[in-house]
Write a protein that binds this ligand. Sequence first.
Ligand code: LRH
Ligand code: MN
Length: 426
Amino acid sequence: MFSDQRLAELNQPLLAEHQTQFQYTAESPRLRHADVAAVVQKLIDFQVAIPSWALGTGGTRFGRFAAGGEPATLEDKISDVGILQALNRSSNSISLHIPWDIPQDIPGLQQLLKEKGLVIDSVNSNTFQDQKDQPQSYKFGSLSHTDKAVREQAIQHNIDCVRYGRQLDAKTLTIWLADGSNFPGQSHLRRAFLRTQESLAAIYEAMPSDWTMLVEYKPYEPNFYSMVIPDWGTSLALCQTLGQQAQVLVDLGHHLPNTNIEQIVGRLRQFGRLGGFHFNGSMYGDDDLTTGSIKPFQLFLIFNELVDAALDSSVPAEAVAYMIDASHNVKDPLEDLLQSVENILSAYAKALLVDREALAEAQDTNDVVRAEEILRDAFLTDVRPLVSEAYLRAGGAIRPLAAFRAEGVREKLIQQRGKHSVSTGL
Ligand code: LRH
Ligand code: MN
């Protein structure tokens, strides 16, 4: 859909205005302290993984409203991510979810991924649903289940996920457990943790030495009294006992209201255990809305911690996996993902524009107002010209969302796949 020539045609009418805005921003006196060219290069190098399970319309228990033209196969999901990558050149990988995306035609998939310039970043296991003809039920948990047979089934499923991932050159296993309880007394809270620890160790043992295990925490849902891995501290404790290849996964929607997530990020970076993010937006709970759509300042503060830690040689260097995990109820899934990637890049750009020297001086002299103003200055900078410049230099569209609409992508997908094609996922 978006050949280089077509992208050039779509960019042409926007070029002059973009160059004026980019120049104005790059030469702004407010950015005298910043290396704008370096910021643009960092934006070009920054890639966000797209969740295979968010390419169709999500839903809630109250309803689901199909978008039409949804990708019903892994091949179609890869080509949809290919559209995003062609437009913003910032979405070069896909996270898979098993069994929704069990790869069949490996050579065909490898060829398609190559054609689209994509890789598989992470494989997510699923022991929160029972599959048809599954011998053991996960109703009362999986890796923490009181019944050894259920735990072994869940362990084997995770080992199978690694096997599928290796076929497509993935190097990361993401584990989120729905395990927990709904009523006091239902579960022995300490023993449930110990069984989980033992099960994770068995999976860790079976994982290749160049793989990473991401342990995702969540305070509630689908259990509403206790979750076996409810918070970053529990995930960190598990990772520290498992080994260096185990890291904490921070899903932005998995925090109780008013949690200072940026401080958690700073801590995990300090401890060398921040494995990655599931980016999304939320107002109340695990709402899985567009990233940065509800709390853009918090997203900026999270990137502020990441940029600060990356500049601090005393903090261990780390390969952090940047992934989206969202679910679309009322927006076109691909438009929502283009918005999320843009909001993530914007938060990163603003964090890169913070005058760190001035901030450190203000912090060391307890000049509270000055410190706050330095951060706000960066946050209030219109970085859209910088993000567009990164898209353009990387061969993408100056305005990906506008190009997506101008090309009538959804209409074309509906023509190809029909109005009722359904994508596997949540
Ligand atoms: C759980 C979660 C987890 C995924 C699922 C799709 O809420 O965030 O990361 O497996 O969503
Ligand atoms: Mn998640």
